[in-house]
Write a protein that binds this ligand. Structure first.
Ligand code: KG4
Ligand code: ZN
Length: 364
């Protein structure tokens, strides 16, 4: 089962080809048999999740850096320029013909509408022209399935999705079965990293720059005061941002060492909030494996804190390869390979929606 995945929800134009984990679809959706449950799935022998055949990511970071943030109109125009070359490159690197493909997966939301439309329209046109089944993938579920690339997704599990636009704790009972346990009440953690970077005068994209500056600090790191929302698994990052602003005002002028210390304290607070809540959620769900995904899952300190806490209480922590944490087509293809096999295709009237919620498609 070979799936092309397309991602254009924000500012990365990306396409990838994967081999799905199943020998064959459990029912023949091509024949319209869409009502049979997917019990009879056979995993490929020796399978280790989804096998990556190619992955191409065209980042727009340089383009948006001059504006200090993403300009939606500029993003969609660049997607239009890049989408065909990026898909062509992904097919060439996988050494495949169109007739080899079993289906196409595309991010259908949430995201910037002008950006989503480019990926969705392209995917529909290809699906119609090549008579291939098409499946829409929600962006958060795509992030979750980044942990299924090159390794089997452990199920049941708890997933922490920490990205620029989202902060969700999700209980995964099975493929396509999602229950949101907690979410951010204000900023997403990536957004908090980016805003903190701006306060520190770091260039766009701020999150990785702040993390790099923080990691240069060698001394003891005291986290800034962080929100602890009693009796819930929700997050809040606006307080820590205010604390950073205050610290920077109080300690003017800051030398390089002072800036690095402030960055490290800020990173520590965000990483601690995420690690505490996520391990708590996995423990409360019955010591389930904890999957950590999304752009902020690239953060070295977050990985370290999650590992430490997980080890202490006996949890298994699972991280994708860092290159698949930020937005990419491979995770869309990985989610699509599962969704297509287990739930069947969408029709070509698939809609893309800027605020699409995470919805279960599990059939049982
Ligand atoms: O998942 P993603 O590519 O896009 C969304 O779905 O939002 O995440 C991008 C976010 C940005 O806010 C970026 O600053 C953050 O992930 N990010 C990081 C790191 N690398 C990317 N934040 C902290 N540390 C990093 N190393
Ligand atoms: Zn994302």
């Amino acid at each position: 089962m070979l799936i092309l995945g397309i991602e254009t929800s924000c500012d990365e134009t990306s396409a990838a080809v994967v081999r799905g984990p199943f020998d064959q679809a459990p029912f023949d959706w091509a024949q319209g048999e869409q009502d049979k449950p997917g019990d009879a799935l056979r995993l490929r022998s020796g399978h280790a999740g989804v096998e990556l055949l190619s992955s191409v990511v065209a980042s727009q970071d340089d383009l948006h850096a001059q504006f200090g943030g993403i300009v939606p109109e500029v993003a969609s125009r660049r997607h239009i320029e890049m989408i065909v070359p990026v898909i062509r490159e992904a097919m060439q690197r996988a050494q495949l013909q169109w007739s080899d493909l079993s289906g196409i997966a595309v991010t259908s939301g949430p995201g910037l509408i002008g950006s989503l439309v480019v990926g969705c329209s392209t995917a529909k046109a290809l699906a119609m022209a090549r008579e291939l089944p098409l499946v829409g993938v929600q962006h958060l579920e795509a992030h979750i399935y980044s942990a299924a690339i090159g390794q089997a997704l452990p199920l049941p599990a708890v997933a922490l999705i920490a990205s620029g636009g989202h902060s969700h704790l999700v209980l995964l009972r099975d493929h396509g079965s999602y229950q949101v346990l907690g979410r951010t009440l204000d900023d997403a953690p990536g957004e908090a990293f980016d805003k903190g970077a701006r306060l520190l005068g770091l260039p766009y994209p701020g999150g990785p720059q702040l993390a790099a500056l923080a990691d240069t600090y060698q001394g003891h790191v005291e986290p800034l005061p962080r929100a602890r929302l009693a009796g819930s698994l929700n997050f809040s990052f606006s307080g820590v941002k205010t604390a950073l602003r205050r610290l920077l005002q109080e300690q003017q002028p800051l030398d390089e060492q002072g800036r690095a210390r402030a960055a490290a304290a800020y990173q520590e607070s965000i990483a601690l909030s995420l690690a505490e809540r996520a391990t708590q959620a996995a423990e409360e769900a019955g010591f389930l494996p904890l999957i950590v995904v999304g752009g902020v899952a690239r953060n070295r300190r977050l990985r370290e804190l999650v590992e430490q806490r997980a080890q202490r209480i006996g949890l298994r922590a699972v991280f994708p390869d860092p290159q698949f944490c930020t937005d990419n087509g491979a995770m869309v293809a990985a989610a699509g390979a599962h969704k297509l096999a287990l739930s069947g295709p969408d029709l070509v009237d698939l809609e893309c929606t800027p605020n699409q919620p995470l919805e279960s498609w599990h059939r049982k």
